[in-house]
Design a protein around this ligand. Structure first.
Ligand SMILES: Cc1cc2nc3c(=O)[nH]c(=O)nc-3n(C[C@H](O)[C@H](O)[C@H](O)COP(=O)(O)OP(=O)(O)OC[C@H]3O[C@@H](n4cnc5c(N)ncnc54)[C@H](O)[C@@H]3O)c2cc1C
Length: 615
């Protein structure tokens, strides 16, 4: 076991992690730990763009952007956070431009902008051109640009190191913290892929920037590595997860595969059609049609299929029509995604419509933070020294549904803020004592799986989990379907206790790590489903057929999911002492050796009162 010591440790080298590193590394000693080589992070797969009200091609301002974000998120957005993001968007884009990012340009040489769903002029009048882009490779360009800057600034990377535990001085999941006591982070434990060695990183500040969790679903646009690690690490220490029931299903995944075709296609003029050739979005969102927010488009598509107007031999998808666009325009603006259609479906987008269906895309929920990126341990108190930014976090700028191009923005704005906050905290703070044997839990867990002679296969459990989530917790949900999903998860959790791997080696054992990641997926799926069962309303990405209306009276609040010890006195009470009181919790679900307790957190409103959401 090796022990390292840094002022700031950043977990994750995607857009959020590297943007944080650029701030933190110039101020204090910083390390970035990443399970992937940095330029393989999922940020590099982002296609369509990053928005900011630059007003380069038509009138725009950050207040309209704030409003669109709040309305797009079905009013569950914390409005102070949305204001920060929309205001700081402009500098975030200009910062990247100064770092050398090759944005597409207007003929006059300004950064070009295109349309994206839910971004409008003057509070919904018409679609506005707000998204800055580099063809359909915007994320790739952002990731490469940030990495180059990190290399230039000599940021220290630990690549192909898997962080498997978060060290804190009080484990909230194990019991109570005495009244008035702070909870402080002391570091992380990581596993080095190449050697199988364990590394303990002692740190004053830890920034979680581990990205999303799309792999809880079978049909997803997400990379195989998006297994919700950072969320699960926090949850296992009793740090709450916020709004996990809200998962975004992107309308245009390649049918049957889930590979993403960016909304930029519709931004550039592509149209969704059903089997009758009808432009059906005219019926669902008469004003902005195909450029309505993703939750609305995805539901409309699923509804067309349900009502028998799906295309193809099984009538199970709809069509994305680009055939009226000039081939030269397609080649200039959408080269990669049209190539995906040719490669994976054998369809020529110049002349044929492309089969598409919703695909699990983005986690709106995550580790709760305030606008300084500090992680919350309940409604108000922070964990000292712990920060989070990017898809792992819930600040919450996306509320119950994220607008396209707001995530590349989120990772830049709040990544930067996290880096500044983490460094500022580390300047004044002292290192906290590490626990006695800091790697004990991780080592024991890994050895148990690695040496188990035989047992359940990782791939079988993962497939069963993903299939149940696709079937029961996708675009349409009911009490019955979610209860089924929860039952499945409980059964899979039992099977997971005897999981084993074929590769017994100590080096480059990716089998072993996949087994660990499967454990994270089960944790995350459980918070999604329990949150969805409890939320008896429909809002944004969460649609309950048995409760099809938004219910502001009952549910205009964030969900907070806490892992806590089992009740000792036979009922669910576990009571105060760490800032939470029994009365605020709506619901708890008992698992074999712990319970998941749901609480809530108020939504921060500044200037926008909730309205009915029409487009
Ligand atoms: C196909 C696709 C297209 C998209 N297009 C757009 C778009 O056009 N516009 C937009 O705004 N958004 C888009 N998004 C969403 C957006 O790209 C992501 O939400 C965002 O890039 C996430 O960035 P991140 O830095 O939070 O995480 P990521 O870029 O996913 O990085 C996560 C990092 O964490 C590391 N990590 C994870 N677990 C561990 C661990 N246990 N130990 C150590 N390291 C770990 C990984 O190695 C990686 O470096 C798209 C997403 C997808 C999937």
């Amino acid at each position: 076991m090796q022990i390292h010591q840094y002022d700031v440790v950043i977990v994750g080298a995607g857009g959020a992690g590297m943007r944080a590193a650029l701030e933190s590394s110039t101020r204090v000693r910083t390390a970035v730990i990443s399970k992937l080589y940095p330029t393989r992070s999922h940020t590099g797969a982002a296609q369509g763009g990053m928005c900011a009200a630059l007003a380069n091609v038509e009138e725009d301002n950050w207040e309209w952007h704030t409003f669109d974000t709040v309305k797009g998120g079905d009013y569950l957005v914390d409005q102070d956070a949305a204001e920060v993001m929309a205001k700081e968007a402009i500098d975030a884009v200009l910062d990247l431009e100064k770092m050398g990012l090759p944005f597409n340009r207007t003929p006059e040489g300004r950064i070009d902008q295109r349309r994206f769903g839910g971004h409008t002029r003057n509070h919904g009048e018409a679609a506005v051109r707000r998204s800055c882009y580099a063809a359909d490779r915007t994320g790739h360009m952002i990731l490469q640009t940030l990495y180059q800057q990190c290399v230039k600034n000599e940021v220290e990377f630990f690549n192909e190191f898997y962080v498997l535990d978060l060290l804190v001085d009080h484990d909230l999941a194990a019991g109570h913290v005495p009244e008035g006591e702070e909870v402080t982070v002391s570091g992380v434990v990581a596993y080095e892929l190449a050697t199988g060695e364990i590394h303990v990183f002692r740190a004053k500040s830890v920034v979680l920037a581990t990205g999303g969790a799309g792999k809880i679903f079978k049909t997803t646009s997400n990379a195989h590595t998006l297994t919700g690690d950072g969320m699960a690490l926090a949850y296992r220490r009793g740090i709450p997860l916020e709004d996990m029931e809200f998962f975004q299903f992107h309308p245009t995944g390649l049918a049957g595969l889930g590979i993403l075709l960016s909304e930029a296609a519709r931004g550039e003029g592509a149209i969704l059609r059903n089997s009758e050739g009808e432009r059906f979005m005219e019926r669902y969102a008469p004003t902005i049609k195909d450029l309505a927010p993703r939750d609305i488009v995805a539901r409309s598509m699923a509804n067309e299929v349900r009502e028998g107007r799906g295309a193809g031999p099984n009538k199970d998808y709809v069509l994305l029509d680009l055939t009226h666009l000039e081939p030269a325009h397609i080649d200039a603006k959408l080269p990669d995604i049209t190539e995906f259609a040719r490669t994976y479906l054998g369809v020529e987008p110049y002349t044929e419509p492309v089969p598409v269906y919703p695909t699990a895309h983005y986690a709106m929920g995550g580790v709760p933070t305030n606008i300084e990126a500090q992680v919350l341990r309940n409604e108000t108190d922070v964990i000292r020294g712990l920060f989070a930014a990017g898809e792992v976090a819930c600040v919450s700028v996306h509320g119950s549904n994220r607008l396209g191009t707001n995530s590349l923005l989120d990772i830049n704005v709040f990544g930067k803020r996290a880096g500044i906050s983490a460094a500022a905290y580390a300047v004044d703070a002292e290192f906290v004592e590490l626990p006695e044997d800091p790697a004990a839990t991780v080592t024991a867990g890994l050895e148990l799986i690695r040496t188990r002679p035989d047992g359940e296969r990782v791939a079988d459990i993962r497939k069963a989990l993903q299939e149940s989530m696709d079937l029961n917790a996708q675009v349409f949900r009911t009490k019955e379907s979610l209860t089924q999903a929860l039952e499945d998860i409980k059964a899979l959790r039992k099977r997971y206790l005897s999981v084993s791997v074929q590769d017994k080696s100590r080096t480059f054992n990716t089998d072993l790590l996949e087994a660990v990641e499967l454990g994270f997926l089960i944790d995350i799926a459980e918070t999604v489903v329990v949150g969805a069962l409890n939320r008896e309303e429909s809002r944004g990405g969460h649609f309950r057929e048995d409760f099809p209306k938004r219910d502001d009276e009952g549910f205009m609040k964030h969900t907070m999911a806490y892992r806590r010890p089992l009740p000792t006195d036979g009922h669910r009470q576990w009571g105060g002492g760490d800032g939470d009181t029994e009365g605020r919790f709506a619901y708890s679900e008992v698992f074999d050796d712990y319970q998941l307790v749901l609480g809530s957190k108020p939504v921060t409103m500044t200037r926008y009162q909730p309205m009915e959401r029409k487009y």
